[in-house]
Design a protein around this ligand. Sequence first.
Ligand SMILES: *[C@@H]1O[C@H](CO)[C@@H](O)[C@H](O)[C@H]1NC(C)=O
Length: 108
Amino acid sequence: AQSVTQPEDQVTVSEGDALNVKCTYSYSGSPYLFWYVQYPNQGLQFLLKYIGGDNLVKGSYGFEAEFNKSQTSFHLKKASARGSDSALYFCAVSDTLMGLQGKLNTNP
Ligand SMILES: *[C@@H]1O[C@H](CO)[C@@H](O)[C@H](O)[C@H]1NC(C)=O
């Protein structure tokens, strides 16, 4: 089993300041890690993922996250926060890439 913890409910930063949203995971193997964002009145949007390789992952909108195995963390960062970054941020962990895609068949 695997889980993620976002130790802070709420983070407040001033515009222009660095943004840092923390995430630690609990999983003994090599995890796959994801960040999603939900802007007000919108659905969940994918930001970035770590599926191995380079520890530093760059994503959309200037976001990046660094996989740190010894700290079991995958904190989300952005150099300069904007007002429009006010949103809900979701960290997710998976032990497999299976199940991350859904197959839909429709009958004619
Ligand atoms: C993980 O975090 C620790 C503590 O902040 C740091 O010393 C170390 O360099 C980091 N490791 C990687 C691979 O980033």
